[in-house]
Design a protein around this ligand. Sequence first.
Ligand code: PLP
Length: 423
Amino acid sequence: MTTGSSGAITPVVGPGVDVETVRTDFPVLHQMVNGKPLVYLDNASTSQKPQAVIDTLVQYYTMDNSNVHRGVHTLSQRATDHYEEARAKVRRFINAEADEEIIYVRGTTEGINLVAQTFGRQNVGEGDEIIVTAMEHHSNIVPWQILCQERGAHLKVIPITDSGELVMEEYERLLGPRTKLVSIVHQSNALGTVNPAKQITDMAHGLGVPVLVDGAQSAPHMTVDVQDLGCDFFVFSGHKLYGPTGIGVLYGRADLLNAMPPYQGGGEMIKSVTFEKTIYNDLPHKFEAGTPDIAGAIGLGTAIDYISNLGMSNIYNYERELLEYGTQRLSAIEGLQIIGTAREKAGVLSFVMEGIHPHDIGTILDTEGIAVRTGHHCAQPVMDRYEIPATARASLALYNTREEIDALVKGIDRTIEVFGRGL
Ligand code: PLP
């Protein structure tokens, strides 16, 4: 795949993912770390950026930098055009009905906080209930806890099985007349489980309850169609989707967004201001107070072009095959246990090893040039569920290879050599 300075992408791949060609698009991958070729397997934290995205940022700051929506001059109009074109790309990427349903935010975390502080404050009262799952990232727990504390409402949790699947009968039991919102992770960052978001949404809608889907992990790995899912809100982060940090998206159904109060006050989000009365702007600007991350939004648009060009179903199939290979290889290591073995799973190999702390695994792997994440992955309740302090997590992206999985296995063997087995 090649790029021009405008970030325009020329496809050079056929059906499927030609991983060797793809890898040439990611400059950061081609370096030595601790004397070994970098094996980057921390993609659930943040993914690497293709040259096209880097070029877009350079191009923007080199030629177009200007504030959006405020100027009549050429640079401002150019910046505004690119910024709004990127919004349309996001809309097409998740198949939303209208551009106005796409709100730029800093990331998934801010998107969820926005909904909690606006929709939540408006609709959740004393004794009401919000349902989440036992496999949420902290960013889909804490904003609701803050809201519940303020309102005297309750957080209800759908439990998970040993393999990391939701107990749907419990969900059905939890749904009730006090439920004001269901907020679920689409794909767990700690376990890799892909939840039945459409079914969860249908069940909630049966009672007229809106649903927020945390797509931080799903959006980079599978086709997302918010109209097919039927969800009311969908959030994701640009930096996990091969785009820049500091930019993310909140999708919301226009009727809900229109009924919600603003999140932050300031410039951009108003039509007119007097000391007596302020009239708020239309969607999406009502929720975009202040100067946004313009370069980030435009860069996100290029990242979306990049992966759309490869094809989300190609990416999904490629990564699924890689996950199966990784699961096979890791399962064969004596004393290693994979945490998260759901039937529907993507992109994540979380594991623990008898007698070796995950941090020690991560440290030895780093000496081999292999980047994995160790810790609770901002999902402490998941660790509690499995009664473990942490896991080591290898998480996949479209540029990872079978050879890198082999390097991971070799690195784990090296860890066993250093620390012994089960000591
Ligand atoms: N939700 C899930 C499932 C995540 O994996 C993450 C990040 O790891 C987040 C939310 C928070 O994303 P961000 O830190 O980009 O706001």
